[in-house]
Design a protein around this ligand. Structure first.
Ligand SMILES: NC(=O)C1=CN([C@@H]2O[C@H](COP(=O)(O)OP(=O)(O)OC[C@H]3O[C@@H](n4cnc5c(N)ncnc54)[C@H](OP(=O)(O)O)[C@@H]3O)[C@@H](O)[C@H]2O)C=CC1
Ligand SMILES: CC(=O)N[C@@H](CCC(=O)OP(=O)(O)O)C(=O)O
Length: 348
C-alpha cells in the first residue's frame, strides 16, 4: 500500500514530539514535513535525541513550507492556528486533524467566549467531526477535518458513554468529574506554574470557576444523552507527575439504571473497542498502567444513594492527544484502528 504522507505543524511541543514517536514506527506512514517557527533547518533528532535513528527530517518553517504535498496534516499547535490554514488544505484535498480546540465546539459563539478568538471558518466547523473514535468511528472514517478531543473530555465522555447512551442517569443531580492531570498537559512552553519548584510536591485544583473543557464536555453530554438539562461539576487538578490523568466520576442513576448490572453493560459496550479496558470489579485503575500507551482503563464502583463512581485513567499525551489523533487517522484511511499503536505501557 502507498504510504500516507503526513505533515506535523508544531513539532517542537509535547504532543508534536509524541506524534513523531508514534508515527515514526507506523507501518503505513511517511513523515513528510515537521514544522517549527524557531528551529527551521535543525534536524529533529538534534533537538530530541530520543528520536535519533527514528526521524531523519529537519524542521521546516511553517510560513514557507508547502503542506499540500501531504495527505494529512496534524496541527499540534495552540488554539487558533489550524483554523487559519485548514480551508486551503481542504481545498487541496488534504485531510486535517487539529489537536487544539478549533474544531471541537460546534457552537462558534461558545468557542469565541472560551478561546477569546472569533471562529473564521464556520463552513468547515459545521462539517468537522469530533474525533472520539469509540463514539463516532463511522463519521470519522468519512471526515475531512477532525477536532481531536481535549484530554479531560476523553476521560469523562468514555467513562459515561454507556450510561448516557442507555439513558440511565438521573439528570436531576449534576454529574461530578474530579480530574487530575500530569504537568505535560500544560504543554512545553515556559510558565511559572509548571516549573519543577512550583508543581512538584504539591497538589492543587485550578479552573474551578470555569475551565474551557467544561463547555466541550457539556455539549457532548447533551448530544449523547439527548437531554438539555444535564448538569456538570468539573474540577481539574494539577498533580506532580509528568504524564497521566485520573478522572473520578460520580453519577446518580435513575430507576432503570439501578436495576442494571453495570459491570457487564460496560464490558459489552466496549468489547470491540481495542483501547478501552473495562477492568474487573474491585480493580483500582492507576496512571502508570497506561503510561506511554493508547489505552484508557476504567473501573466501576456502586455507591450509596444510587450513585455509581467510575474511575478512569489515560496518558494525557497518548489517548488524551496524539495517540487518539493517530487512531483517528487510521479510521480516516481505512486502516485497522490499532495500526502503529500496539505499544504496551511503560513500567515502572
Ligand atoms: N499537552 C497535552 O496533554 C494536550 C494538549 N492538547 C492540545 O494540543 C495542542 C498542542 O499542545 P502541546 O504540544 O502540549 O503544546 P506545546 O506548547 O508543547 O507546543 C506547541 C507547538 O506549537 C508550535 N506553534 C506555536 N504557535 C504556532 C504558530 N502560530 N504557528 C505554527 N506553530 C506554532 C510550537 O512550535 P514552534 O514555536 O517551534 O513553532 C510548538 O511546537 C494545544 O492546542 C493543546 O491544547 C490536547 C490534548 C492534550
Ligand atoms: C495540566 C493542564 O494545564 N492541562 C491543560 C489541558 C490540556 C488539554 O487537553 O487541553 P486543550 O487541548 O484544550 O488545550 C489545561 O488545563 O489547560
Amino acid at each position: 500500500m502507498k504510504k500516507i504522507k503526513v505533515g506535523i505543524v508544531g513539532g517542537t511541543g509535547y504532543t508534536g514530539v509524541e506524534l513523531l514517536r508514534l508515527l515514526a514506527r507506523h507501518p503505513n506512514v511517511q513523515i513528510q514535513v515537521i514544522t517549527s517557527r524557531g528551529e527551521a533547518g535543525l534536524p529533529v533528532a538534534d533537538m530530541f535525541p530520543s528520536l535519533r535513528g527514528g526521524v531523519k527530517l529537519a524542521f521546516s518553517d511553517p510560513a514557507t513550507v508547502d503542506l499540500t504535498q501531504c495527505d494529512i496534516v496534524f496541527f499540534a499547535t495552540p488554539h487558533g492556528v489550524a483554523m487559519r490554514q485548514t480551508p486551503a488544505l481542504v481545498a487541496a484535498g488534504v485531510k486535517v486533524i487539529d489537536l487544539a480546540a478549533d474544531f471541537r465546539l460546534q457552537d462558534a459563539a461558545e468557542f469565541e467566549k472560551w478561546y477569546k478568538l472569533p471562529h473564521d471558518c464556520m463552513d468547515i466547523l459545521e462539517k468537522a467531526v469530533y474525533g472520539l473514535p469509540e463514539l463516532y468511528a463511522r463519521d470519522i472514517a468519512q471526515a475531512e477535518v477532525i477536532g481531536n478531543p481535549g484530554c479531560y473530555p476523553t476521560t469523562v465522555l468514555l467513562g459515561l458513554a454507556p450510561l448516557l447512551e442507555h439513558g440511565w442517569i438521573d439528570y436531576s443531580a449534576p454529574i461530578i468529574a474530579d480530574a487530575k492531570s500530569g504537568v505535560s498537559g500544560a504543554g512545553r512552553k515556559a510558565e511559572v506554574g509548571t516549573l519543577f519548584s512550583e508543581s512538584s510536591d504539591n497538589l492543587k485544583a485550578y479552573g474551578v470557576a470555569g475551565h474551557r473543557h467544561h463547555p466541550e464536555i457539556l455539549a457532548q453530554l447533551k448530544k449523547l444523552s439527548g437531554h438539555n438539562a444535564v448538569q456538570l461539576i468539573f474540577v481539574p487538578h494539577l498533580i506532580p507527575m509528568i504524564r497521566g490523568m485520573l478522572t473520578t466520576l460520580h453519577v446518580k442513576l435513575n430507576a432503570e439504571g439501578k436495576r442494571q448490572s453495570l459491570q457487564s453493560v460496560y464490558e459489552q459496550r466496549y468489547a470491540n473497542d481495542y483501547f478501552v479496558d473495562v477492568m474487573p470489579a474491585g480493580a483500582l485503575p492507576e496512571t502508570r498502567s497506561v503510561r506511554g500507551a493508547n489505552y484508557l482503563r476504567l473501573a466501576l464502583y456502586p455507591q450509596a444513594a444510587d450513585y455509581v463512581t467510575i474511575i478512569v485513567v489515560q496518558d494525557n499525551l497518548v489517548k488524551g492527544a496524539s495517540g487518539q489523533a493517530v487512531q483517528n487517522m487510521n479510521l480516516m484511511f481505512n486502516l485497522p484502528v490499532d495500526t502503529g499503536l500496539q505499544i504496551l505501557p511503560l513500567l515502572p
